[in-house]
Design a protein around this ligand. Structure first.
Ligand code: AQP
Length: 329
């Protein structure tokens, strides 16, 4: 089986964008790939997190992965902070990255350009991300378009390590979804829907009240025309809604466009609101069942054990190669 790896930061309430781009696809991949899925809580520390909220977001994220259909018996589901080897490998890989490479990463560059006061974590986190990935030798890393740059850096660092010390890491491929890789804000469809956004009107949260989520779809910004057509440049609002419709129903955009020929945006939005509402309802019902008792703690403990087994082997190999350990085996 080929391997895949993915993580989400617990930096806010999980959005429909996170669900469509980084949770739902894995449910269909889990029978085809060996998957490592983690809550990237070390990464969330690059920006201040209110501790009680961080705990709640972490628990919700794990619960939502399972409620969305991930089977913890098939995938290795764990907290990044439970596998200490990530931080240690991150240090070694950070020593291989140059200042130039890290300062070209978009997130750091954007914050510097805006003149924001930033912590060193924002600069260094790509090295930790390289460790998250390379630790597990995945064949594929599914990412949104905006994260492709990180996988490119990860490949460069892996190649650098392999050529300096001999073959150690598999070179991973980024996997960018054709549809649903970048769900946009419903009120400003030129901006990505993000969980750390302050205003919530343009953002559907998976744990939103069902009627609230429907209202958000119905009041999504579109354009002054009335024909349902996919054109992200000139019709970003309706195109975004078409992507949501298409991913949640597994239908092609062309097929959906055909269905709404001669019908206005109102009917299209009403139908989409029902589709989103019933998707959220299914997830929320399961979420309620699994957040009682110690079920999640048990899942995380089992996941951390499985991940540690792989991570310890890989870190030991790295440490032998770089000469930091003096033990023979
Ligand atoms: N709008 C989106 N459409 C499709 N996919 C998305 N992802 C995020 N937003 C969308 C995917 O979800 C995963 C989450 O990654 P992350 O939490 O590490 O960071 P992110 O991409 O920066 O996500 P957010 O929601 O925008 O978080 P904040 O606001 O904290 O920065 C990734 O696989 C991403 O592609």
């Amino acid at each position: 089986m080929k391997r895949m790896l993915s993580g989400i930061k617990p930096t806010g309430r999980v959005t429909l964008g996170n669900y469509i781009g980084a949770i739902r696809p894995f449910v269909s991949y889990q029978d085809e790939y060996e998957m490592f899925i983690f809550v990237a809580n070390l990464h969330s520390m690059t920006i201040y997190q209110q501790p009680a909220e961080l705990r709640k977001n972490t628990k919700d994220l794990i619960a939502l992965y399972i409620a969305a259909g991930l089977d913890p018996n098939k995938v290795t589901l764990f907290l990044q902070s439970d596998v200490l080897e990530h931080a240690q490998l991150g240090w070694y890989l950070g020593c291989l990255a140059s200042m130039g490479e890290l300062s070209r990463m978009t997130q750091y560059k954007d914050k510097v350009a805006k003149g924001e006061v930033i912590g060193a974590g924002i600069f260094n986190y790509p090295s930790l991300m390289n460790a998250d990935i390379l630790m597990y030798d995945p064949d594929y890393v599914p990412v949104g378009e905006d994260q492709k740059q990180h996988v490119e850096l990860c490949r460069d660092i892996a190649e650098r390590f392999n050529s300096r010390y001999s073959e150690t890491f598999k070179i991973p491929e980024p996997l960018v979804a054709k549809v649903g890789g970048r769900i946009m804000d419903l009120q400003n469809p030129t901006k990505k829907m993000s969980k750390s956004e302050e205003t919530s009107k343009g953002c559907i949260y998976i744990l939103d009240d069902i009627n609230v989520s429907k209202k958000k779809i119905k009041s999504a910004v579109t354009d002054s025309e009335s024909y349902v057509h996919f054109d992200p440049i000139n019709k970003p609002g309706i195109s975004n809604l078409l992507e949501i419709y298409s991913t949640l129903t597994n239908r092609t955009i062309e097929d959906i466009e055909q269905q709404y020929v001669g019908k206005g945006y109102g009917e299209f939005k009403n139908d989409l609101a029902e589709i989103v509402g019933s998707e959220l309802e299914k997830i929320q019902t399961r979420y309620k069942e699994i957040t009682t008792g110690s079920y999640l703690d048990d899942i995380l403990e089992a996941g951390a054990q499985k991940a540690r087994f792989v991570a310890r082997k890989k870190l030991a190999k790295v440490e032998r190669k770089i000469g930091i350990t003096i033990k023979k085996r």
